[in-house]
Ligand binder design. Structure first.
Ligand SMILES: *Cc1c(COP(=O)(O)O)cnc(C)c1O
Length: 391
């Protein structure tokens, strides 16, 4: 689906009542006329009309055949991993989302699934990591928090040549900027908690498949394992998706304004934003994506955790919190928050410097956000230089 018109009109009017908003079917079971004779629904873990509407909308949005909605992004990732068996191997992007790493490393390793982490922006590294046991290639593009870009269609070709699946975690780009299934990926997953929901008011996950066969397998695990999205959260997610195109467009415009401002600031070290010509993935992102998204990371010239702490406690509009993709701007300090469990040396080697700050640029006026950062640099500078409190 390419246009906002198509998206809006993929949200059905309720046939029973004419309700223009999607009804919330808050029910656990459905009355049957005779055993096995029903209106397409029997038990709400297996299927629920509100969730089904969401899944239909999302499958279209990603250009896929089947979508399945889960109670979190990690539950969605978990469902994809259940396609594997003991002895199977995964080739995964090295700066993978921490929760996915934990799931691979602490849960699936126990069941005999092995993961090779490589820099997937290097196609040769991807090809070299594949063994006869590889069943799945796992990408995030752009990655968190350095926004590394990997070539989806080239890696889809590698996957095909080796008879394995390509799964893309499309959380950061959203289907507005990038539709991996149309570029040859087999599976897309989302933490719908982020841009798809868009309002920081729910936890949800999605799996979308290109083929009906894979879709049927994912649906089997959705029902068999049971981490389904509730009818109310399905409704909230549909409501968020209604404005996805507008939001992502504005997030991207604001993020470019913020990144451009940061790049010329004397207190800033490096700026990571695929929309900047200085970003190593810029040319590929320009080709592969319809826009550059709402996440910007940067380091400070004073590359210390103290300097970053002073900065992240000096903003007014940017609120200090984990997560991203909501209407309000957020910032976080990965070394002390999302990446705290990674040993310092490993974290630095992955490009996550001590002072790196990640911004989720919200939907406020871009000028106000730039002004907030400007005053935060001044306040943080004072905090760092004054050991005596100023009364
Ligand atoms: C947040 C996130 C997840 C996990 O999603 P939850 O909804 O928090 O379970 C997975 N991948 C990426 C890229 C994320 O940002």
């Amino acid at each position: 689906m390419s246009t906002i018109t198509e998206l809006i009109h993929s949200i059905p009017v309720d046939e029973l009542t004419g309700a223009i908003a999607v009804p919330i079917y808050q029910t656990s079971t459905f009355v049957q006329e005779a055993p096995g004779v029903n209106k397409g629904f029997d038990y709400a873990r297996t299927n629920n009309p509100t969730r089904q509407t969401l899944e239909t909308i999302v499958a279209q949005l990603e250009g896929g055949h089947t979508a399945a909605a889960f109670s979190s992004g990690l539950a969605a990732i978990d469902a994809v991993l259940k396609l594997l068996q003991a002895g199977d191997e995964i080739v995964a992007v090295d700066d993978i989302y921490g929760g996915a790493f934990r799931l691979f490393d602490k849960v699936y390793a126990k069941f005999g699934v092995k993961v090779h982490y490589v820099d997937t922006s290097n196609l040769r590294a991807v090809a070299n990591a594949i063994t006869p046991a590889t069943r799945l290639i796992w990408l995030e593009t752009p990655t968190n928090p350095t926004l590394k870009i990997s070539d989806i269609s080239a890696i889809a070709d590698i996957a095909k040549a080796h008879n394995c699946w390509l799964c893309v975690d499309n959380t950061f780009a959203s289907p507005v900027l990038q539709q991996p299934l149309l570029q040859g990926a087999d599976i897309v997953v989302h933490s719908a908690t982020k841009y798809l929901g868009g309002h920081s008011d729910l936890i949800a996950g999605l799996v979308i498949t290109r083929t009906p066969q894979l879709g049927a397998e994912i649906k089997f695990y959705q029902n068999a394992c049971g981490a389904v999205l509730s009818p109310f959260d399905s409704f909230l997610l549909i409501r968020g998706i209604e404005t996805l195109h507008l939001r992502v467009k504005q997030h991207s415009a604001n993020a470019l304004a913020v990144a451009t401002y940061l790049e010329q600031h004397p207190a800033v070290g490096k700026v990571f934003y695929p929309g900047l010509a200085s970003h190593p993935g810029h040319a590929l992102a320009k080709r592969q994506q319809k826009g550059f998204g709402g996440i910007v990371s940067f380091t400070l010239r004073d590359d210390t955790e103290e300097a970053a702490q002073a900065f992240v406690t000096s903003t007014r509009y940017f609120k200090l919190a984990e997560s991203l993709g909501g209407i309000k701007s957020l910032l976080c300090h990965p070394a002390a928050m999302t990446h705290k469990s990674i040993p310092d040396e490993k974290r630095r080697a992955a490009g996550v410097a001590d002072s790196l700050i990640r911004l989720s640029v919200g939907l406020e006026e871009a000028d106000d956000l730039v002004a907030d950062l400007e005053q935060a640099f001044k306040r943080a500078g004072k905090k760092l230089t004054s050991s005596v409190p100023t009364y």
